[in-house]
Design a protein around this ligand. Structure first.
Ligand SMILES: [Zn+2]
Length: 349
């Protein structure tokens, strides 16, 4: 996008700047923001039995080691969501935390199949989440939108059925994505349903290159024709892919603490976020499933910068990239970048 302006930020002010700077979150699963306390409260409200005796016991069960063992507990947690108000309460809890982290724009993923498979109507899901988005804009000053994700471990036929169920509520979501277990479920499995969504004018994103190979990122781009790649960190293994992502300015929605928790990198110091930025990619920082992966947006920024030694210039670039990569109009993007520059000017020496 624009050239990085020069700012002289004292090193000791960097953590406060990371927290204060306005930013967009482009990769978070709303069901992954469900904190143990809320799971327990909703289980009680709805009379749902869960296989954990206490909040502490549930929190301890979060010691998963890979994507699949995480997904197992993630689906168990989602089982307490039954009514429109439950979905509202879940989204509202996240949106309040986002506002506290100076997230000014968020594009939230939701997984309708996780709920419709339990007999919850997709209308209940979408209405509750959407009402929280509307209220967030009005009272928190956070612009929020929804992206419907298809679960890739299920069939494309199932995805088509989900799309049909959701289309009467088309005005309440802006795009579609692809999530859940990546390896063994390449993007091309969903070529037809993404083609249909493209005809419908929906924005397209997909998880690719988290645990899966660079080939999955190529097919997300060339077969699904996505506008953003979620994760995409494995792209660094393929120089031609890196060049393509940089040239076409395809945003990567990177999730450092998620990568750490799921052992995509051995430690945060080894994370390749700096490599992606220095190669000119539109990389961003995001929280993925913040309740499960140890932190919301600012925690992701703080821990990653502390571990990798990224600088204030990187911070500006990441925030600017988040606005460039968001599905808002150019005037809104420019307005956010002005606010970003004002924050940096305030922190300059
Ligand atoms: Zn994700």
């Amino acid at each position: 996008m624009t050239q990085v302006p020069r700012f002289d930020i004292p090193a000791d002010r960097l953590p406060a700047l990371l927290c204060a700077m306005p930013k967009a979150e482009l990769h978070m699963h709303i069901e992954g923001s469900l904190e143990p306390e809320l799971i327990f409260a909703l289980a009680q409200r709805n009379g749902v039995a869960i296989p954990y005796a206490s909040v502490d016991e549930l929190r301890q069960a979060y010691a998963f080691t890979n994507l699949q063992s995480f997904l197992d507990i993630y689906y168990a947690g989602a089982s307490v969501l039954l009514k429109e108000q439950d979905f509202y309460d879940m989204a509202w809890a996240y949106l309040e935390r986002a506002a506290a982290d100076n997230v000014v724009r968020t594009e939230m993923f939701f997984d309708p199949q996780t709920h419709t498979a339990r007999g919850v109507d997709v209308k209940v899901v979408i209405d509750g989440l959407h009402r929280a988005c509307v209220d967030a804009e009005a009272t928190l000053g956070v612009s929020a939108a929804l992206i419907l994700c298809f679960l890739r471990h299920l069939s494309e036929e199932d995805a088509f059925e989900t799309l049909e169920q959701a289309l009467p509520h088309r005005d309440k979501f802006i795009g579609v994505g692809l999530d859940s277990s990546e390896v063994g479920h390449p993007p091309e499995k969903f070529a037809k349903v993404f083609g249909r969504c493209r005809e419908l004018g929906l924005h397209l994103v997909a998880h690719a290159g988290e645990e899966g190979p660079p080939a999955y990122v190529w097919s997300a781009l060339d077969v699904l024709k996505v506008e953003r790649v979620d994760h995409g960190v494995q792209s660094a293994r393929d120089p031609a892919l890196m060049a393509r992502l940089a040239q076409d300015r395809i945003p990567l929605t990177v999730c450092p603490l998620s990568n750490l928790k799921l052992c995509v990198f051995p430690d945060l110091k080894a994370h390749n976020l700096g490599t992606l930025l220095d190669a000119g990619l539109v990389a961003t920082v995001n929280s993925d499933d913040p309740a499960y992966f140890g932190g919301y947006m600012n925690e992701n920024f703080l821990q990653t910068f502390a571990a990798t030694g990224l600088t204030a210039q990187h911070a500006w670039q990441l925030a600017a990239n988040s606005f460039e990569g968001s599905f808002i109009d150019d005037a809104a993007k420019a307005g956010y970048v002005d606010r970003l520059n004002a924050t940096f000017a305030r922190f300059s020496a």
